[in-house]
Design a protein. Structure first.
Length: 368
C-alpha cells in the first residue's frame, strides 16, 4: 500500500511525495493533474530510457493528450545549459505550451535538468519528479532545487522551482549498480548526521538489510530520510538559513568532484567531504576523537571512500573558494556540534581545510 507525505511552502500545502513499490498507481496520481487535457514530455537519460522509458510511455498511452520522450546522454558531464537548450528546442518542435507537463524520469541529474527547464521554459511549466536512484529519492527530488553545472562548477546556474508531485518507486533501486546505490547512501547518512541521531543509529542497526536492498527496509529508510529533508526545506525553502545544513560534506565534496573531472560519483565525493568536515569538527573540539572515527568508518560498509589518492590539496582548496557557498571571503562551512546537530560556521580557515584534506589524502609510504 502506498503512503504519502505533503510538503508545505509558506505553511501552505505545496506538493505530495508518494512512496510506492511499483508504478501501478502512477497514472492515478497523474490524473489528478488533468493529463487527459495536456501534452506530457518524459525527460530522461539514455540509461534510464532503456530501463523504464517503454514502461512509462505505455502507461501514458491513451491517458494524456499526447506523450513524447526526450533522452539526453547520461552522465554529470551533460548537466549543462547545452542540454537544456536541446530540450527547449524539442519542446518547441513538439508545440508544448505553458499548460503542458514535464516528467523527470531518472536520477539527480535528470531531476535537476528537467526542473530547471520547467522553471525557465515559457517562464514556467509544471513538472513532476519520478526519481529512480537512491540519491534522487532520498535527497535531490525534494525541495525544489533545480539547476545545471557551468564550465565544471557544480549547480552554478539554477532556480528554486517546486514540482507538482514526487512519485518514488523504490523497486527501481534494484536495478542500480552497487556503486550508484551506495552513492545515494551518502546523502541518507548526511541526513542522520546533521539532524537526527536516532536515524543515524537506525542506519547502523539496519546495515545488513540496507546492503541486501531488502524492500521494506529501503521503503522505511527513504521515508525517514525524506521526512528529515521535508522538515528542513519547509522551514527554509530558499536557503536563507537552516537549509544550508544540507550542504554538509558538499563544500569539499564538490571541489573533489570537479578536481576529478566527475569521474567519481557525487555520493563518493560527499562521503569524502563529510569525513573532512567531521575531522574539522573534531579539531574544533565539538566531536570527540571516538565520534570522528565512528563517523568516518560508518561509510566503509557501504563501499564509500574515506580516503583518496592522487590529489593536490592546495588546488582543491582553491576550488572550494569557487563554490557557490562562499559569501564574501568566507565559506559557509557545515560542521557537527554532535551527531544529529549541525551548524553553519564561517570561521573555518584555509589551514583547517588543508589539514582536513591531508587527513583524507592517502599517500603510500615509500618505505613500506
Amino acid at each position: 500500500m502506498n503512503s504519502r507525505m505533503n510538503i508545505t511552502c509558506d505553511r501552505k500545502p505545496c506538493y505530495d511525495i508518494v512512496f510506492s513499490a511499483d508504478f501501478d498507481d502512477l497514472i492515478t496520481e497523474l490524473s489528478g493533474f488533468h493529463i487527459a487535457e495536456r501534452k506530457v514530455a518524459v525527460i530522461t537519460d539514455t540509461n534510464v530510457k532503456e530501463l523504464y522509458g517503454e514502461q512509462i510511455m505505455a502507461l501514458l498511452d491513451g491517458n494524456c493528450k499526447k506523450s513524447v520522450l526526450y533522452a539526453f546522454e547520461a552522465g554529470e558531464e551533460h548537466k549543462t545549459l547545452d542540454t537544456v537548450k536541446d530540450i527547449y528546442r524539442f519542446l518547441i518542435e513538439e508545440k508544448f505550451d505553458r499548460k503542458d507537463l514535464l516528467l523527470a524520469l531518472g536520477g539527480g541529474v535528470t531531476g535537476d535538468i528537467t526542473g530547471y527547464t520547467a522553471a525557465t521554459y515559457l517562464r514556467g511549466i509544471d513538472f513532476i519528479q519520478i526519481p529512480t536512484t537512491l540519491l534522487a529519492q532520498a535527497d535531490s527530488s525534494i525541495g525544489g532545487k533545480t539547476g545545471v553545472d557551468f564550465e565544471g562548477y557544480k549547480n552554478m546556474v539554477g532556480a528554486f522551482y517546486m514540482p507538482k508531485l514526487v512519485y518514488m518507486n523504490v523497486s527501481t533501486l534494484k536495478t542500480l549498480s552497487d556503486r550508484q546505490f551506495y552513492s545515494g547512501f551518502a546523502e541518507i547518512m548526511k541526513h542522520g548526521l546533521i539532524k537526527d541521531a536516532f536515524f543515524y543509529e537506525w542506519l547502523l542497526d539496519h546495515m545488513y538489510e540496507i546492503c541486501d536492498r531488502e524492500p521494506e527496509t529501503l521503503l522505511e529508510m527513504v521515508e525517514k530520510s525524506s521526512l528529515i529533508k521535508k522538515l528542513v526545506v519547509e522551514k527554509d525553502p530558499t536557503e536563507k538559513g537552516d537549509r544550508a545544513l544540507l550542504n554538509f560534506g558538499h563544500t569539499i565534496g564538490h571541489a573533489i568532484e570537479k578536481y576529478k573531472n566527475f569521474t567519481m560519483t557525487h555520493g563518493e565525493c560527499v562521503a569524502l567531504g563529510a569525513v573532512a568536515a567531521a575531522f574539522i569538527s573534531w579539531k574544533h573540539e565539538w566531536l570527540s576523537m571516538e565520534e570522528y572515527y565512528e563517523i568516518r568508518d560508518m561509510f566503509v560498509p557501504f563501499n564509500l571512500p574515506i580516503s583518496i589518492e592522487g590529489i593536490d590539496p592546495e588546488e582543491i582548496l582553491r576550488l572550494t573558494r569557487s563554490d557557490k557557498k562562499v559569501e564574501g571571503n568566507h565559506i559557509k562551512f557545515i560542521l557537527l556540534k554532535k551527531v544529529g546537530k549541525a551548524v553553519i560556521d564561517k570561521t573555518v580557515s584555509d589551514q583547517d581545510i588543508l589539514n582536513a584534506l591531508n587527513e583524507i589524502h592517502y599517500v603510500e609510504d615509500p618505505t613500506a
